[in-house]
Design a protein around this ligand. Structure first.
Ligand code: G3H
Ligand code: 13P
Ligand code: ZN
Ligand code: NA
Length: 310
Protein backbone atom coordinates (compact mmCIF):
# COMPACT_ATOMS: atom_id res chain seq x y z
CA UNK A 1 0.00 0.00 0.00
CA UNK A 2 0.92 3.68 -0.25
CA UNK A 3 1.99 4.81 3.22
CA UNK A 4 3.57 7.89 4.77
CA UNK A 5 7.10 7.81 6.20
CA UNK A 6 5.91 8.29 9.79
CA UNK A 7 6.14 4.64 10.94
CA UNK A 8 9.12 3.93 8.66
CA UNK A 9 11.16 6.70 10.25
CA UNK A 10 10.17 5.80 13.80
CA UNK A 11 11.31 2.20 13.29
CA UNK A 12 14.44 3.29 11.41
CA UNK A 13 15.45 5.74 14.14
CA UNK A 14 15.01 3.16 16.86
CA UNK A 15 16.58 0.38 14.81
CA UNK A 16 19.67 2.34 13.77
CA UNK A 17 19.14 2.08 10.03
CA UNK A 18 17.92 4.28 7.18
CA UNK A 19 15.35 4.00 4.39
CA UNK A 20 16.49 4.48 0.80
CA UNK A 21 14.74 7.20 -1.18
CA UNK A 22 15.27 6.47 -4.85
CA UNK A 23 14.37 8.83 -7.69
CA UNK A 24 12.00 7.41 -10.30
CA UNK A 25 11.61 8.63 -13.87
CA UNK A 26 10.30 5.68 -15.88
CA UNK A 27 8.86 2.17 -15.71
CA UNK A 28 12.14 0.26 -15.60
CA UNK A 29 13.35 2.30 -12.61
CA UNK A 30 10.07 1.82 -10.71
CA UNK A 31 10.14 -1.91 -11.41
CA UNK A 32 13.81 -2.39 -10.50
CA UNK A 33 13.45 -0.59 -7.16
CA UNK A 34 10.18 -2.19 -6.08
CA UNK A 35 11.33 -5.70 -7.06
CA UNK A 36 14.43 -5.19 -4.91
CA UNK A 37 12.26 -3.96 -2.00
CA UNK A 38 10.01 -6.99 -2.37
CA UNK A 39 12.91 -9.47 -2.41
CA UNK A 40 14.76 -7.76 0.41
CA UNK A 41 11.61 -7.20 2.49
CA UNK A 42 12.72 -3.60 2.84
CA UNK A 43 10.78 -0.40 3.44
CA UNK A 44 11.29 2.02 0.54
CA UNK A 45 10.57 5.57 -0.61
CA UNK A 46 10.08 6.41 -4.29
CA UNK A 47 10.71 10.06 -5.00
CA UNK A 48 9.79 12.24 -7.93
CA UNK A 49 11.54 15.50 -8.84
CA UNK A 50 10.12 18.43 -10.80
CA UNK A 51 12.29 17.18 -13.66
CA UNK A 52 10.74 13.71 -13.42
CA UNK A 53 7.23 15.19 -13.55
CA UNK A 54 8.25 17.21 -16.59
CA UNK A 55 9.80 14.15 -18.30
CA UNK A 56 7.23 11.46 -17.51
CA UNK A 57 4.17 13.47 -16.35
CA UNK A 58 2.67 13.25 -12.87
CA UNK A 59 -0.12 10.82 -13.75
CA UNK A 60 2.17 8.32 -15.51
CA UNK A 61 4.45 8.22 -12.48
CA UNK A 62 1.61 7.82 -9.97
CA UNK A 63 0.05 5.04 -12.03
CA UNK A 64 3.37 3.26 -12.49
CA UNK A 65 3.85 3.34 -8.73
CA UNK A 66 0.30 2.06 -8.15
CA UNK A 67 0.98 -0.77 -10.60
CA UNK A 68 4.22 -1.63 -8.79
CA UNK A 69 2.35 -1.88 -5.48
CA UNK A 70 -0.21 -4.14 -7.12
CA UNK A 71 2.47 -6.39 -8.64
CA UNK A 72 4.88 -6.61 -5.70
CA UNK A 73 2.65 -6.01 -2.66
CA UNK A 74 5.26 -3.69 -1.10
CA UNK A 75 4.38 -0.79 1.19
CA UNK A 76 6.04 2.37 -0.03
CA UNK A 77 5.97 6.13 0.36
CA UNK A 78 5.62 8.37 -2.71
CA UNK A 79 7.53 11.58 -2.13
CA UNK A 80 8.08 14.87 -3.96
CA UNK A 81 11.83 15.57 -4.15
CA UNK A 82 12.94 19.23 -3.88
CA UNK A 83 9.58 20.97 -4.12
CA UNK A 84 10.52 24.53 -5.04
CA UNK A 85 7.36 26.27 -3.82
CA UNK A 86 3.93 25.81 -2.21
CA UNK A 87 2.23 25.21 -5.57
CA UNK A 88 4.19 22.12 -6.61
CA UNK A 89 3.78 20.68 -3.09
CA UNK A 90 0.02 21.30 -3.24
CA UNK A 91 -0.17 19.69 -6.67
CA UNK A 92 1.56 16.52 -5.39
CA UNK A 93 -0.46 16.42 -2.16
CA UNK A 94 -3.69 16.75 -4.17
CA UNK A 95 -2.30 14.25 -6.69
CA UNK A 96 -1.81 11.30 -4.36
CA UNK A 97 1.68 11.66 -2.89
CA UNK A 98 2.10 10.67 0.78
CA UNK A 99 5.11 12.91 1.41
CA UNK A 100 6.53 16.14 0.00
CA UNK A 101 9.76 18.07 0.37
CA UNK A 102 9.57 21.85 0.44
CA UNK A 103 13.10 22.97 -0.34
CA UNK A 104 13.36 26.50 0.99
CA UNK A 105 17.05 26.12 1.74
CA UNK A 106 17.99 28.93 -0.66
CA UNK A 107 15.68 31.38 1.13
CA UNK A 108 16.46 33.35 4.27
CA UNK A 109 15.82 31.52 7.56
CA UNK A 110 12.54 33.42 8.08
CA UNK A 111 11.31 32.85 4.51
CA UNK A 112 12.25 29.17 4.69
CA UNK A 113 10.19 28.89 7.90
CA UNK A 114 7.24 30.71 6.34
CA UNK A 115 6.99 28.60 3.18
CA UNK A 116 7.65 25.36 5.10
CA UNK A 117 4.96 26.25 7.68
CA UNK A 118 2.45 26.89 4.89
CA UNK A 119 3.16 23.53 3.22
CA UNK A 120 3.01 21.71 6.58
CA UNK A 121 -0.44 23.15 7.34
CA UNK A 122 -1.81 22.11 3.95
CA UNK A 123 -0.14 18.67 4.04
CA UNK A 124 -1.01 17.69 7.61
CA UNK A 125 -4.70 18.48 7.09
CA UNK A 126 -4.59 15.84 4.35
CA UNK A 127 -2.50 13.20 6.11
CA UNK A 128 0.68 13.96 4.14
CA UNK A 129 4.11 14.39 5.77
CA UNK A 130 6.68 17.08 4.97
CA UNK A 131 10.48 17.22 4.67
CA UNK A 132 12.32 20.56 4.70
CA UNK A 133 15.96 21.57 4.36
CA UNK A 134 18.35 23.77 6.32
CA UNK A 135 21.78 24.45 4.87
CA UNK A 136 22.67 24.21 1.20
CA UNK A 137 24.23 21.30 -0.70
CA UNK A 138 26.50 21.98 -3.64
CA UNK A 139 25.65 20.36 -6.95
CA UNK A 140 24.10 20.75 -10.35
CA UNK A 141 20.88 19.01 -11.34
CA UNK A 142 17.79 20.04 -13.25
CA UNK A 143 16.09 21.75 -10.38
CA UNK A 144 18.97 21.93 -7.94
CA UNK A 145 21.75 24.25 -8.99
CA UNK A 146 24.04 25.44 -6.24
CA UNK A 147 27.66 26.40 -6.79
CA UNK A 148 30.24 25.26 -4.28
CA UNK A 149 30.74 28.85 -3.18
CA UNK A 150 27.03 29.20 -2.38
CA UNK A 151 26.79 25.92 -0.51
CA UNK A 152 26.94 25.87 3.26
CA UNK A 153 26.77 23.42 6.14
CA UNK A 154 23.70 23.35 8.33
CA UNK A 155 24.01 25.46 11.47
CA UNK A 156 22.95 23.16 14.34
CA UNK A 157 21.99 26.20 16.43
CA UNK A 158 19.05 26.80 14.04
CA UNK A 159 17.45 23.37 13.90
CA UNK A 160 15.26 23.39 17.04
CA UNK A 161 13.68 26.74 16.24
CA UNK A 162 13.13 25.67 12.62
CA UNK A 163 11.46 22.38 13.52
CA UNK A 164 9.35 23.87 16.32
CA UNK A 165 8.09 26.82 14.30
CA UNK A 166 7.35 24.82 11.12
CA UNK A 167 5.99 21.57 12.55
CA UNK A 168 7.92 19.73 9.82
CA UNK A 169 8.23 15.92 10.00
CA UNK A 170 11.84 15.45 8.88
CA UNK A 171 14.81 17.66 8.08
CA UNK A 172 17.47 17.47 5.38
CA UNK A 173 20.83 18.81 6.52
CA UNK A 174 24.06 19.69 4.73
CA UNK A 175 27.11 17.93 6.17
CA UNK A 176 29.29 17.62 3.07
CA UNK A 177 27.25 15.53 0.65
CA UNK A 178 26.32 17.04 -2.72
CA UNK A 179 24.21 16.22 -5.75
CA UNK A 180 25.53 14.55 -8.88
CA UNK A 181 28.44 12.28 -9.84
CA UNK A 182 31.34 14.60 -8.96
CA UNK A 183 31.13 15.15 -5.21
CA UNK A 184 34.78 15.71 -4.42
CA UNK A 185 37.63 17.13 -6.47
CA UNK A 186 40.28 14.72 -7.76
CA UNK A 187 42.74 14.03 -4.95
CA UNK A 188 40.37 15.44 -2.34
CA UNK A 189 39.59 13.07 0.53
CA UNK A 190 35.83 12.46 0.95
CA UNK A 191 34.69 13.82 4.28
CA UNK A 192 31.41 14.34 6.08
CA UNK A 193 30.83 16.59 9.10
CA UNK A 194 29.68 13.95 11.56
CA UNK A 195 30.20 16.51 14.33
CA UNK A 196 27.32 18.57 12.85
CA UNK A 197 25.11 15.49 12.59
CA UNK A 198 25.86 14.63 16.23
CA UNK A 199 25.04 18.16 17.37
CA UNK A 200 21.75 18.13 15.40
CA UNK A 201 20.91 14.76 16.96
CA UNK A 202 21.66 16.11 20.43
CA UNK A 203 19.38 19.11 19.90
CA UNK A 204 16.57 17.12 18.26
CA UNK A 205 16.56 13.70 19.92
CA UNK A 206 14.31 11.22 18.10
CA UNK A 207 13.81 13.50 15.11
CA UNK A 208 14.41 11.97 11.64
CA UNK A 209 17.22 13.51 9.60
CA UNK A 210 17.59 13.23 5.80
CA UNK A 211 20.74 13.03 3.70
CA UNK A 212 20.57 14.25 0.12
CA UNK A 213 23.35 13.78 -2.40
CA UNK A 214 24.20 10.40 -0.94
CA UNK A 215 25.17 8.36 -3.99
CA UNK A 216 28.46 6.51 -3.67
CA UNK A 217 29.12 6.87 -7.41
CA UNK A 218 29.95 3.17 -7.45
CA UNK A 219 33.31 2.78 -9.16
CA UNK A 220 32.46 -0.50 -10.89
CA UNK A 221 29.84 1.38 -12.93
CA UNK A 222 32.06 4.40 -13.56
CA UNK A 223 34.64 1.97 -14.97
CA UNK A 224 31.99 0.20 -17.04
CA UNK A 225 30.80 3.51 -18.51
CA UNK A 226 34.36 4.46 -19.37
CA UNK A 227 35.15 0.99 -20.78
CA UNK A 228 32.16 1.02 -23.13
CA UNK A 229 32.60 4.40 -24.76
CA UNK A 230 31.56 6.84 -22.04
CA UNK A 231 33.62 9.59 -20.47
CA UNK A 232 33.22 10.15 -16.75
CA UNK A 233 36.75 10.71 -15.50
CA UNK A 234 37.01 11.64 -11.84
CA UNK A 235 33.42 10.72 -10.95
CA UNK A 236 33.40 10.15 -7.18
CA UNK A 237 30.83 9.89 -4.39
CA UNK A 238 30.29 9.26 -0.68
CA UNK A 239 32.08 6.15 0.65
CA UNK A 240 29.65 3.43 1.72
CA UNK A 241 31.13 3.20 5.25
CA UNK A 242 30.25 6.85 5.89
CA UNK A 243 26.65 6.32 4.83
CA UNK A 244 26.41 3.21 7.00
CA UNK A 245 27.70 5.30 9.91
CA UNK A 246 25.11 8.03 9.25
CA UNK A 247 22.35 5.41 8.97
CA UNK A 248 23.18 4.17 12.47
CA UNK A 249 22.68 7.73 13.73
CA UNK A 250 19.66 10.06 13.35
CA UNK A 251 19.67 9.78 9.55
CA UNK A 252 16.49 7.93 8.58
CA UNK A 253 16.28 8.74 4.84
CA UNK A 254 19.14 8.54 2.36
CA UNK A 255 18.57 9.94 -1.15
CA UNK A 256 20.05 8.10 -4.10
CA UNK A 257 19.60 9.08 -7.74
CA UNK A 258 23.01 9.33 -9.41
CA UNK A 259 23.98 5.71 -8.65
CA UNK A 260 20.87 4.49 -10.46
CA UNK A 261 21.51 6.73 -13.45
CA UNK A 262 25.11 5.63 -13.61
CA UNK A 263 24.40 1.90 -13.36
CA UNK A 264 21.66 2.06 -16.01
CA UNK A 265 23.90 3.96 -18.40
CA UNK A 266 26.74 1.49 -17.83
CA UNK A 267 24.45 -1.48 -18.46
CA UNK A 268 22.97 0.03 -21.64
CA UNK A 269 26.40 1.02 -22.97
CA UNK A 270 27.74 -2.48 -22.36
CA UNK A 271 24.71 -4.12 -23.91
CA UNK A 272 24.90 -2.09 -27.10
CA UNK A 273 28.66 -2.61 -27.47
CA UNK A 274 28.37 -6.34 -26.87
CA UNK A 275 25.32 -6.72 -29.12
CA UNK A 276 25.74 -4.27 -32.00
CA UNK A 277 22.92 -5.99 -33.89
CA UNK A 278 20.29 -5.45 -31.15
CA UNK A 279 17.71 -2.79 -31.86
CA UNK A 280 14.79 -3.92 -29.66
CA UNK A 281 14.74 -1.48 -26.70
CA UNK A 282 13.41 -4.25 -24.46
CA UNK A 283 16.75 -6.01 -24.77
CA UNK A 284 18.92 -3.21 -23.38
CA UNK A 285 16.24 -1.78 -21.09
CA UNK A 286 15.90 -5.21 -19.46
CA UNK A 287 19.61 -4.99 -18.59
CA UNK A 288 19.06 -1.49 -17.25
CA UNK A 289 16.16 -2.68 -15.09
CA UNK A 290 18.20 -5.64 -13.77
CA UNK A 291 21.06 -3.40 -12.71
CA UNK A 292 18.68 -0.99 -10.93
CA UNK A 293 17.42 -3.92 -8.91
CA UNK A 294 21.00 -5.05 -8.13
CA UNK A 295 22.15 -1.60 -7.05
CA UNK A 296 19.08 -1.02 -4.87
CA UNK A 297 19.35 -4.46 -3.23
CA UNK A 298 23.05 -3.79 -2.54
CA UNK A 299 22.20 -0.48 -0.86
CA UNK A 300 19.44 -2.02 1.24
CA UNK A 301 21.64 -4.85 2.51
CA UNK A 302 25.09 -3.25 2.77
CA UNK A 303 24.58 0.50 3.15
CA UNK A 304 21.15 1.35 4.58
CA UNK A 305 20.66 -1.68 6.82
CA UNK A 306 16.93 -1.75 6.01
CA UNK A 307 16.72 -5.23 4.46
CA UNK A 308 14.27 -7.44 6.36
CA UNK A 309 12.72 -4.42 8.13
CA UNK A 310 9.46 -4.14 6.14
O1 G3H B 1 18.33 16.11 -6.30
C1 G3H B 1 18.06 16.00 -7.49
C2 G3H B 1 17.70 14.66 -8.02
O2 G3H B 1 18.87 13.93 -8.34
C3 G3H B 1 16.75 14.81 -9.18
O3 G3H B 1 17.40 15.30 -10.30
O4 G3H B 1 16.03 17.25 -11.03
O5 G3H B 1 17.52 15.99 -12.65
O6 G3H B 1 15.40 14.95 -11.78
P1 G3H B 1 16.52 15.93 -11.52
P1 13P C 1 22.68 11.91 -5.65
O1 13P C 1 22.93 12.82 -6.81
O2 13P C 1 23.90 11.78 -4.79
O3 13P C 1 22.16 10.57 -6.06
O4 13P C 1 21.56 12.60 -4.72
C1 13P C 1 20.20 12.48 -5.04
C2 13P C 1 19.32 13.39 -4.24
O5 13P C 1 19.69 13.99 -3.24
C3 13P C 1 17.93 13.54 -4.70
O6 13P C 1 17.24 14.47 -3.92
ZN1 ZN D 1 18.43 16.10 -3.22
NA1 NA E 1 19.19 6.01 11.39
Amino acid sequence: ALVTTKEMFKKAYEGGYAIGAFNVNNMEIVQGITEAAQEQKAPVILQVSAGARKYAKHSYLVKLVEAAIEETGVDLALHLDHGADFEICKSCIDGGFTSVMIDGSHHSFEDNIAVTRRVVEYAHERGVVVEAELGRLAGIEDAVNVSEADSSYTDPAQVEEFVTRTGVDSLAIAIGTSHGAYKFKPGQKPQLRFDILEEVERRLPGFPIVLHGASSVMQEYVQMVNQYGGQMPGAIGIPEEMLREAAKMAVCKINIDSDIRLAMTAAVRRHLVEHPDHFDPRQYLADARDVVKEVVAHKMVHVLGCAGKA
